[in-house]
Design a protein around this ligand. Structure first.
Ligand code: NAD
Length: 369
């Protein structure tokens, strides 16, 4: 049995199906969207090797044929060259305005293929079949698509909502443990930003979830997707509240940049460390109780995640340089850094009212630990 979260965005509304073994019945779920029984599926090499056959069989069961393109795995694929490759390939396959493109992979494939679908013939529909925990709880829902350029991450893109999302929780079983935990960083983020009861639940269920408990995985993905959907529906193009989803990201993006977007620090790991720093800053500014950052840190540590700057291998730049990297974040408005801070677990808010000296002091201490 799968769960369904509806994303009620008017003409752009869609369903997110969440449950084990959805690949096998993908054909039945996609068929109502199709004007002819064929789709173009784009994936990465890791996901394709493990799961493409299950997906294409699931489509074939309903008489749907799939043309497939397999790209290299990794963040480097979210680039202009691969965007061109995707769009040209889709045109080679004679994908028409009424056809559907399938993004089958983690957040990298989802963002790239979603953007290709957004610009192909001025916009064709696409379906997200997210295969990483991060993609299931975050990037496949909400319609942000795009690529990285030499100027930074996600600087070129479009809002383009998928027509359907199939989050098959069984495929999470083949994720490397480190990739799973990086995605868990985003799950914890939802509890921290807006749902204290969910954070309590994660403190209890997190270890079972990481060990592979299917029901716990479905529930964690469902609650995360529901929260993201609720926020996206109220603020689709991030004029206000959607920025809350960036809890931990201002610090996290600076750390990702400082480590060269490399294996030294995965995106979700940066978010988790960034959440701890955001709660530390909130406590220092007297916004939340002093013991709250310790509780956040304790849960992440119990899950075996990176928590502090010293958990990142190799040298980091000094506090001044990290602050400068934070200044390049997309969330800078008129030169002022915007932070997501919290009055407690589940009570985050957006503010531009943070003294640079407080951030510097926090970073200096965090680096000295
Ligand atoms: P990813 O797509 O690179 O996947 C991580 C790794 O896991 C890759 O090596 C991939 O091949 C592998 N993988 C994926 N599914 C697998 C499976 N089931 N079994 C085995 N291996 C599997 O990265 P990610 O962490 O999924 O996503 C990160 C990207 O998402 C970043 O580019 C980030 O900017 C983007 N993102 C976008 C949004 C959004 O709203 N659009 C939100 C958050 C993050």
């Amino acid at each position: 049995m799968s769960e369904v979260v509806h994303v009620p965005l008017g003409a752009r509304a869609y369903d997110v199906h969440i449950g084990p073994d959805l690949l096998g019945c993908a054909g039945a779920r996609l068929a109502p969207l199709l004007r002819r029984p064929r789709v173009a599926v784009i994936s990465d090499a890791n996901v394709a090797a493990l799961h493409m056959e299950t997906l294409t069989s699931g489509l074939a069961a309903q008489g749907i044929t799939a043309q497939t393109l397999v790209l290299p795995a990794g963040e480097g694929t979210k680039c202009w060259a691969q965007l061109t490759a995707c769009v040209d390939w889709l045109l080679d396959q004679q994908i028409e305005r009424g056809d559907v493109v399938v993004a089958f992979g983690g957040g990298v494939i989802g963002d790239l293929v979603g953007f290709a679908a957004a610009v192909l013939r001025r916009g064709v529909r696409f379906v997200q079949i997210p295969t990483s925990l991060l993609a299931q709880v975050d990037s496949s829902v909400g319609g942000k698509t795009g690529i990285n350029t030499r100027h930074g991450k996600n600087l070129v893109g479009a809002f383009h909502q998928p027509s359907l999302v199939l989050a098959d929780t069984a495929v999470l079983g083949t994720l490397a443990p480190r990739d799973f935990l990086a995605g868990y960083g985003e799950v914890v983020k939802y509890g921290l930003l807006g749902d204290a009861a969910f954070f309590d639940w994660l403190e209890g269920q997190g270890p079972a979830l990481a060990a592979g408990d299917s029901a716990a995985r479905v529930e964690a993905v469902r609650r995360s997707v529901q929260m993201k959907a609720d926020i996206v529906v109220r603020d689709e193009t991030e004029q206000g509240e959607r920025a809350l989803l960036n809890l931990g990201h201002t610090f996290g993006h600076a750390l990702e940049a400082a480590t060269g977007y490399s294996d030294r620090l995965l995106h979700g790991e940066g978010v988790a460390i960034g959440c701890v720093l955001a709660f530390e800053l909130s406590a220092r500014m007297g916004l939340c109780a002093q013991e709250v950052p310790g509780r956040v840190r304790a849960h992440l540590a119990a899950m075996g995640m990176k928590v502090d700057l010293r958990d990142i291998d190799g040298d980091l730049p000094d506090a001044q340089a990290l602050l400068a990297l934070m200044g390049q974040d997309k969330k800078v408005v008129e030169g002022r850094l915007r932070f997501i801070l919290a009055r407690g677990i589940g009570a985050a808010f957006v503010t531009g009212d943070v003294a640079q000296a407080d951030v510097m002091a926090l970073l200096e201490e965090a680096l000295a630990q």
